[in-house]
Design a binder for this molecule. Sequence first.
Ligand code: DAH
Length: 325
Amino acid sequence: MSSDLETKIATLKSELKAINSEYAKIKEIPAEKRAEFGKQINEKKQAILAQIAEAEAAALETEVEPLDITAPCGLNGNMPELLHATDGSQHPLMTELDRVIAIYQSMGFDIVESRQLDDEYHMFDSLNFTKGHPARDGYDTFRTEEGFIPPAHTSTMQHRVLKAYKHKLDEGEVIAVAVPGRVYRNEDVDATHEHTFYQCEGVYVSKTCTLGNMLGILREFFEKYYGQKLNIKTQPGYFPFTEPSLEFLIEKPKALGGKGGDWLEMLGCGMIHPNVLKMAGIDPTKYQGFAWGGGIDRLAMLRHGLGDVRHFESAKLDFLKEFSC
Ligand code: DAH
């Protein structure tokens, strides 16, 4: 951008700031003159906004010098100095995700990453949410104008996983897949609720598996993750894609600040509904499965004794540096 244009835009923006502060004066103006006063400021503001838009459009059109990527780096070359790799560190959530993935892999699970944009079919229909079912409301969060959905949970991947791994069943093996991914919810954000977070889904199908096997797998996972024996329990839940549906809880361990009897809900789970298997081309009279899904942020908060989930998406360096090594 030329420096003339740059100066022009900066001047217009400071004029805009001055006009915005005029609004505060409206209280001091006699009531009968307020409308006229307001109208005048609005007109001035619109005129300046139009000039800013015009100048910015012109700036975009000015030719950009191509960057010579073969030139030497640093202040003496024409390439901007990049941050040295050792100045950064992995985001704590990615470290947790790596741990989670490593545990599932050690237990024989394949890993499939979920998507950050999905569609109505995978979000609802393939998960046995019938049209107009009230359970849709809890998950019906964001949509793009084109009708795509930033998924509210990693369960959107169940149908794809079942279809892609169905051949394993035909070959006499089992389906065992974990699906980590980023999910989005229309939440009232507070210390324990974020609009954007990570989940990991688990899907297991075989001829003979039972709810008891699922609880064994979940216990094993959580005990490996927290590096200690845990007390676990379940309580009834409801998800259209499982029957029966459960919530899985662990008792907050003493080593992590638990006082005994603090039960924490870690995930939702259950036996995969026959309709979900059927839609993926798996015969529910021959095979059965279980699935579960829960938040990674929540796991990590307990492990690190964090009181506020919002830190993770805040990009606050002070917070992130606590985790750099
Ligand atoms: N997707 C659910 C949620 O985020 C959690 C869940 C419940 C996942 C039951 C499952 C399941 O796979 O079987 O609220």
